[in-house]
Design a protein around this ligand. Structure first.
Ligand code: ADP
Length: 218
């Protein structure tokens, strides 16, 4: 069965989510106050409507209560974003994903019960910064304020050595949770797994430990 989504705010971020969900065959209700934006998504989303999400009655009339997951992607208007989130929460939407504009906005959204608060510009900035620092860091995902997952090219320092030789867990406090090798992925590799130069390691740990691991082995 197709799942039901609604995207409120069709700027770059919300628009991209709406496009992607629609391409994946999901039912998407696209909402924006801007007529041009709504017209742009008429042929992309299942329904695209001009509506102000800060008006509870309008949201009720749109039947938003029947939707499983609503994504609030209102950009600069923090007031509208917070009010929309509050109303959707009160209407009993099961899952709410909300884009935060800054750390204060994020705090408020968490307080009022947004299920997932995303901060795309900040997170992408951090990921890109890590990629810039080391050519071997392919990706970086923040798990919490002080824990992350990184994807690193093994490179020559680790090549030909096993995980036990490198003693990554004891030396750096990080765990290699998977190894990508060509098209294969070795999940939970054994301690004797020998690393090849072209492998990509997926490493989880505290930021300070990952940072030491990056400095010494990557
Ligand atoms: P981005 O940074 O992702 O491009 P924008 O600020 O450009 O974000 O886009 C946010 C969108 O949200 C705009 O298209 C704007 O018209 C829409 N929007 C703002 N307030 C409301 C509201 N109360 N109801 C519905 N849509 C809104």
């Amino acid at each position: 069965m197709k799942r039901e989504f609604a995207v409120v705010g069709l700027g770059r971020f919300g628009g991209s989510i709406c496009r992607e969900l629609s391409q994946e065959g999901m039912n998407v209700l696209a909402i924006d106050t801007d007529e041009d934006k709504v017209n742009e998504f008429k042929d992309i989303a299942s329904h695209a409507v001009i509506a102000d999400s800060t008006d509870e009655n309008v949201l009720r009339e749109l039947g938003i209560r029947n939707i499983d997951h609503v994504i609030v992607a209102i950009g600069d208007n923090i007031h509208a974003s917070i009010l929309t989130t509050l109303i959707l929460k009160e209407l009993g939407i099961k899952t709410l994903t909300v884009k935060a504009q800054n750390d204060y906005h994020e705090k408020v959204l968490n307080k009022i019960g947004a299920d997932h608060v995303v901060h795309p510009e900040r997170d992408m900035g951090r990921r890109i910064a890590h990629n810039i620092i080391s050519n071997n860091i392919l990706d970086y995902i923040e798990l919490s304020d002080d824990h992350s997952v990184v994807e690193v090219k093994a490179g020559s320092k680790m090549s030909g050595k096993s995980l036990i030789d490198l003693d990554i867990r004891a030396q750096y406090g990080c765990n290699v949770v998977a190894i990508k090798r060509n098209k294969d992925i070795i999940v939970s590799p054994g301690a004797t797994e020998e690393i090849k130069e072209s492998d990509v390691l997926i490493v989880i740990g505290a930021d300070k430990d990952i940072s030491r691991f990056e400095k010494n082995l990557v």
